[in-house]
Design a protein around this ligand. Sequence first.
Ligand SMILES: Cc1cc2nc3c(=O)[nH]c(=O)nc-3n(C[C@H](O)[C@H](O)[C@H](O)COP(=O)(O)OP(=O)(O)OC[C@H]3O[C@@H](n4cnc5c(N)ncnc54)[C@H](O)[C@@H]3O)c2cc1C
Length: 382
Amino acid sequence: MTTEYLIVGAGPSGCAAGITLCKHGKECMIIERYPLGRRKLCAGVFTRKSQRALDELLGAETAVKCYGECLVSREKQLVLWKDMEKLVACDTRFPITLIDRPKFDYFLAKHFMEQGGTILDNTNIVSISFDDRTVTLENGEKITYKNLIAADGANSFVEREAKKQVVGFLPKDESILAMEINVDREDFSIDGVNLYFEIVPETYAWAFSKADKVCLGLGKLQGKDFSAQEVFTQFLKKLGVKNLDKYPLRGAMLPFGNTMPVPAIPSADVMFVGDAGGLVEPVTGEGIFCALQSGIFAGDSRNAEEYLEKVKFLHRLIKKDAGYQKLLTMPRMMRFFYHRVKDNPGFMEHFYSTQIEEVCFEKFIQIYLKYKLLYRRKKDKS
Ligand SMILES: Cc1cc2nc3c(=O)[nH]c(=O)nc-3n(C[C@H](O)[C@H](O)[C@H](O)COP(=O)(O)OP(=O)(O)OC[C@H]3O[C@@H](n4cnc5c(N)ncnc54)[C@H](O)[C@@H]3O)c2cc1C
């Protein structure tokens, strides 16, 4: 078999690349390891910037159909906690959209096929030769391609093979471990989108209201000397989640500020998109936006060089935000942040709605200084 574009992975990044290539009339094929509609560990926060990327990919009309199939809830309230102490609760100006990931990914895969793309699902690759531009499948069949798009997630097979075969190739650093369960309302109930600090060092835990379920999770940075499973279990017990035995703890890798230094191999016409390229926002762990956007960039590019030019914007943004992640999680900064949040409930709303929903921390410093100044004035007056 031969194809012009071979995409490995039918997650949002692979499907976004495939749908964009179909729009350009290119011949492309996706290979997916699992049957379509696979389970996917993801809290499903779908920000306004992700929604814009989806509109660009599908067109507004099809995007509405997509929400019709995968929307779970739209939450108005954002609540921040310091351990189990409620710091602030605010209504966000736009509801926070939560989607069902397996349904979302399935919709994109189906749409890709409707546009003329081919998917070989439940199909595993056993080897890749970058020199011959050929992959070998488990059944021994070979597929020859001109361009390869690696959309195979945080633990990318294509990346591991590139590390072995391509001289000078620099992989991303290790990803973080994120743990998550979805519990029934009768076992634990909470409203809104809740973020918990001081549960796990330098990251956060969460509890999101998702219709008849609550999604609970946390992320653990690499190199930290504790068991994510134990900390997660303690967190669930502190919250008072009942019947814990019903819910096996699940974990998955998530890139976190460790983007691949150069997410393409121009000499071999390989592009890395989404998690495979380490393209995830490193303060929040939001990856769907980068997956969709990098997939669109790959599909829009004539070659890997052009992709590198286009994806530079995401790459820079992630590197900058990785710096913010370190700054924001310094103990002094956290203490300062808790005070500001308590004094200014509007700060959190404004910060979340503009810097997380709309963009990635583009005006963080300005907003921070503005609220700091307002606080000073308020204090001076009183
Ligand atoms: C616990 C958790 C919670 C999260 N919550 C959010 C959130 O609320 N909002 C948000 O924006 N992001 C969230 N993320 C991040 C988000 O899920 C990812 O960034 C996103 O899924 C990346 O999409 P992708 O297409 O690059 O990779 P994936 O979605 O991982 O897709 C990769 C695909 O490749 C396939 N594959 C892998 N290896 C092979 C192979 N060898 N051959 C063929 N196919 C292969 C996989 O089966 C999979 O279908 C979360 C992540 C985790 C772990």
